[in-house]
Design a protein around this ligand. Structure first.
Ligand code: CA
Length: 533
């Protein structure tokens, strides 16, 4: 009886009433008791497998558009969006979406690899996360703020075991060979790719990662000890095997885990079957481009980009399959009910819509990302119009994991977990989110970037997208202004003169958000004749 009470205290009623065989129940109980005893004796283990502190898996492919998921065309989902989904096969994501909270309007505020990763890791906007531009060897000013407490630091400090698998791309490639300080672990000086030495891993005690590298069928990784692994296999498949191996063999069974899996595909190049799996390409190769690119905003001038479509969709389908294998492993290990699984991406891909640049623009297809959260014990499936920003991810996940009080004070994102739980319906939801675009500022003679220039800022609301680009004199260069309800494919750039009232309201809202973010536009009062700070 005392044992039972003790078990209830630590683990709630559900484990005890699990409909397992009697023998299995006894086994489970005794292993739980030993966990509890281990936990009491060696501290830090009390959170294992509890309702209060669930496991968390955050999975984000690169450049995966929200539109590239088949379920958006299905009943129960299509009523919530103004677009038609791409003609793509995503059976595992479709099934997962039915079991999850699905956000129709999650936004990547600065839709570019490194800045998004900085916001996800720190819960802060680029100027504070330290990652204002894509990280590479010419941009020492863009690197994760050393003082920042990241999401993994918080999980690690609170009894979780943290693991990172896949692309990292959140650091300037510093000389980083722990065995030989002042040198690099690579044969050549890294330009984009980087090894992350242990002191830069922010609480991730299991590591199988690289900086950025786009040869999808010959990826490489550095492991926890810094050993390099060169693989001859499509990277998502290899990484899914590593995730499953981690779940089955590598993790500490007496701690909850926080696992990040950052998948590079669907990432350029998407030009041949060297970039994706042939079995997936075969699903799309005989379909005319006009039936793959069905949107009215496809730019007929972008012929070469259009030809990427079958390879892009093949990459999406391949990622879906590997994602499905990981979900299957979770179920097999009986971890599925008490694990928060998030499927998202770092930004979208315009895939021949509008302009050549597939990201780093305010267009919906660049900013709008998948954001699907499954947590069977707590969240009821629903589709929500919640406008989630990249910095909101960290506080929201910490809060869902019972660590609301541990959210660092400097975090700028909002804890939006109550909206995922449907407590407040739409009331109080964010009314708008920021769009941020930075470019290189001043450079040395050698081409080293010494400052960044905040070239464009904007706001996305439920109805509108507004983005203002400035010139070097910080005067308006151009404006993109769309009514996303009337014009979901953003074909008609509205005249500011004809929509003066809406423009003024949006500028006022944008001013408030820039102030909250402590953005350079607020600090320098850029365009203060239009934007109220
Ligand atoms: Ca990216």
């Amino acid at each position: 009886m005392i044992q039972k009470k003790l078990l209830r205290l630590f683990f709630g009623n559900k484990i005890i009433s699990n409909p397992a065989s009697k023998q299995k129940r006894i086994m489970t109980k005794s292993s739980i008791i030993s966990s509890v005893i281990t936990g009491i004796c060696f501290s830090g283990s009390l959170y294992a497998q509890t309702d209060k502190h669930p496991n968390v898996i955050y999975i984000f492919p690169d450049q995966f558009r929200n539109h590239a998921m088949q379920f958006w065309n299905n009943k129960g989902f299509k009523e919530h969006v103004d677009f038609v989904a791409d003609p793509v096969h995503t059976p595992n994501i479709d099934k997962f979406a039915k079991e999850s909270v699905v956000l129709s309007s999650a936004q990547s505020n600065c839709p570019l690899s490194s800045p998004h990763r900085g916001m996800f890791l720190t819960g802060m906007y680029p100027d504070k996360s330290g990652i204002t531009l894509n990280c590479n060897e010419s941009r020492p000013i863009s690197s994760l703020n050393k003082e920042a407490t990241t999401i993994s630091d918080v999980f690690n400090n609170n009894g979780y075991q943290c693991a990172y698998i896949g692309k990292y791309h959140a650091d300037f490639p510093t000389p980083n060979n722990p065995q030989n300080p002042g040198t690099y672990v690579s044969d050549e000086k890294p330009v984009w790719d980087a090894y992350t030495s242990p002191e830069h891993r922010h609480g991730f005690s299991y590591w199988y990662s690289y900086g950025t590298f786009d040869v999808h069928k010959s990826p490489h990784y550095w492991d926890t000890e810094g050993k390099k692994h060169e693989i001859k296999e499509w990277s998502p498949k290899h990484e899914a095997d590593k995730v499953i191996e981690y779940l089955k063999e590598k993790r500490s069974a007496d701690k909850p885990f926080f696992l990040v899996w950052s998948i590079n595909p669907p990432h350029s190049p998407y030009r041949s079957v060297n970039d994706c799996m042939e079995e997936d390409y075969n699903l799309y190769k005989d379909i005319p481009l006009s039936e793959l690119l069905i949107r009215p905003n496809v730019n007929p001038a972008l012929k070469e980009k259009q030809e990427c479509a079958p390879f892009y969709f093949a990459s999406v389908t391949g990622v879906d399959r590997e994602f499905g294998r990981v979900l299957e492993a979770l179920k097999e290990l009986n971890l599925d009910k008490n694990t928060i699984v998030v499927f998202s991406s770092d930004h979208g891909e315009t895939m021949a819509s509008h302009v050549l640049d597939p990201k780093n623009s305010p267009y919906t297809e660049s900013m709008n990302v998948p954001f699907i959260v499954r947590y069977p014990k707590v969240l009821k499936p629903q589709v929500s119009p919640l406008l989630l920003s990249s910095p909101d991810i960290m506080p929201t996940l910490l809060s869902l994991s019972g660590l609301k009080k541990e959210i660092p004070e400097e975090v700028q994102g909002k804890d939006l977990s109550s909206y995922l739980k449907r407590k407040n319906s739409k009331k109080g939801m964010p009314q708008g989110v920021l769009y941020i675009r930075n470019v290189d500022g001043e450079k040395t003679k050698e081409g080293i970037v010494t400052s960044y220039f905040p070239v464009a800022r904007g706001i996305k609301t439920e109805r509108y997208t507004l983005a203002i680009t400035i010139d070097k004199k910080k005067q308006i260069k151009d404006i993109l202004f769309f009514d996303d309800k009337q014009d979901p494919y953003q074909l008609n750039n509205l005249s500011v003169e004809e929509h003066k009232t809406e423009f003024e309201i949006l500028c006022k809202q944008m001013g408030l958000l820039l102030k909250e973010a402590g953005d350079p536009w607020y600090k320098e009062k850029i365009l203060s004749d239009k934007i109220i700070y």
